[in-house]
Design a protein around this ligand. Structure first.
Ligand code: SI3
Length: 303
């Protein structure tokens, strides 16, 4: 299989709400257009940054549909279909296939503690639900499940598994997954703070929650890495990390801060769904300075 379409900067797509906090078709399409024009490679729809765990099945389907209607055939589209029950995950996987998504992906099951065999079964049933390629999603810091190399080896025996989105913090995990699965397999870097290190140690590509608020910087970081210009790659990662620290410094959630910045860029996609907190009070006055950090960094690497 040609995996080139999975290589590049793939922002994790955000939930787009109207003024009442309902999923908005027009705002979802607005964010699609914004990111398309920035030149990203694809979108990861309905993951953590998409607030999937706070959405009903119908809301998740709606977001998948609006994005596909806007961008199918233009960008690589990956549907995150992980849901608390296998049943709902399977429904979403089948729906994503109907909509023409390129691949599906899923976190392990959440809330209860699951054995490796239960997680294997869950992921396998999702894979069996469609003919699409599957991307494992390893994010132990939120799910509590750390993908072992043994389970990974067992999963990649299934030819539908074309990649892993690895959001665990040790970059060595990326190196081990890549060394185990080989060239004909995509390892996606998950932690944006380590994009450059992840790529150097073996990640082929990246999916990230902060890409959409500063796509220019990740596109530039990728350019430096691909060109072997590691001095500049390190510099830009440093600037990106200053921005991520600032994005995480407010009382609201990371996503509400990002959405306030996007609003100042003319992209209105509402705020976040509770219990995630919106930006409020004095923190609203800090948005302009975080946006300035991003704008200045973009200017710095442009010219
Ligand atoms: C824990 C978490 O949300 N990790 C993010 C990162 O991109 C993260 O936002 C970034 O590294 C900033 O900490 C991604 O790995 C996952 C993600 O964006 C998604 O599934 O939507």
């Amino acid at each position: 299989m040609n995996l080139e379409k999975y290589k590049g900067i793939i922002p994790a797509f955000y939930a787009c709400y109207d003024e009442l906090g309902e999923i908005s078709e027009s705002r979802t399409k607005e964010l699609c257009n914004y990111l398309y024009k920035k030149g990203v490679k694809g979108l990861y729809v309905g993951g953590s940054s998409g607030e999937c765990i706070y959405h009903s099945l119908e809301e998740r389907k709606a977001t998948l549909k609006y994005v596909a209607h806007q961008l199918k055939g233009k960008l690589t589209l990956i549907a995150h279909v992980g849901a608390p029950s296998t049943r709902d995950s399977v429904i979403l996987a089948k729906y994503a296939e109907e909509l023409g998504y390129d691949a599906v992906s899923a976190i392990p099951p959440i809330y209860f503690k699951f054995s490796e065999s239960s997680v294997y079964k869950y992921w396998t049933e999702i894979m069996d639900a469609s003919t699409m390629p599957f991307i494992i999603y390893n994010i132990p810091q939120t799910t509590g499940f750390d993908l072992s190399l043994n389970l990974f080896k067992k999963l990649i025996e299934n030819e539908k598994v074309i990649g892993v989105k690895n959001s665990s913090m040790p970059v060595m995990d990326i190196e081990r997954f890549k060394a185990t699965a080989g060239d004909n397999f995509i390892v996606f870097n998950g932690p944006d703070e380590q994009y450059v290190s992840g790529r150097i140690i073996g990640a082929d590509s990246g999916i990230g929650g902060t890409y959409a608020v500063m796509p220019e910087l990740f596109l530039m970081a990728e350019k430096f890495v691909s060109a072997g210009d590691f001095a500049n790659a390190r510099k830009i990662q440093h600037d990106i990390n200053d921005i991520i620290v600032a994005l995480c410094s407010l009382n609201g959630s990371l996503y509400s801060t990002i959405k306030e910045i996007l609003k100042q860029n003319g992209v209105h996609i509402g705020s976040v769904r509770a219990p995630l907190e919106p930006v409020s009070g004095d923190d609203l006055n800090k948005i302009a300075s975080i946006k300035a950090l991003i704008d200045n960094a973009i200017q710095k690497y442009k010219g």
